[in-house]
Ligand binder design. Sequence first.
Ligand code: HEC
Length: 174
Amino acid sequence: MLRTGWRRGMIAVALLGLGSIVVTAGGAADRPAGWRPVATGVARADEHDLPAGPIRERHELMEEIGKQAKALNGALKSGDTAGVAPPAEAIARLAPRIVKLFPEGSTDPKSRAKPEIWQKFDQFEALAGQLETSSAALAVGAKAGADVQALAAKVMRTCKGCHENFRTPKKDEQ
Ligand code: HEC
């Protein structure tokens, strides 16, 4: 009896946890394309149990960049060229923050940053620079009503290029 009650309690806790994840995900998806990121710098303590400091901060930065990329793709798919500009601008603003959040030796078993980052830091830095310039160019193109497909593909190739070289793969991704 006691045991069952305890188990029920655990299940309820687990479900509550799941619920909050769903709510968080939904909230992000519902944001309008023009939504601007607000970097609060306040990290949630449960943020995948990542250590406070650059490792947790870059996780949050990448999550934010990921959200903007999603908004960007959504606008692209619906043919909303003007709607591509705000998320592209947001990525261009966020990209310069990448490099500083990878100080040498900032590794952790929960981080997917590869040691190659610090062996080929010039290459890593160049890719972060490419993310900034390609997303800025995309924003300009989107505002001018240009064909943004090729410009957007260039941005996405930068994400992929960096992840392929400098991020350890996760089974449920890519
Ligand atoms: C200069 C390299 C670089 C570029 C460019 C880059 N990323 Fe990343 N990204 C990383 C690294 C390294 C990690 C893993 C960091 C860690 O685990 O400590 C990462 C992690 C992520 C994560 C996972 C966050 C988490 O911890 O759950 C997402 C999402 C992400 N990136 C999205 C993007 C998108 C979208 C773009 C392009 C618009 C992009 N990134 C461009 C290097 C890069």
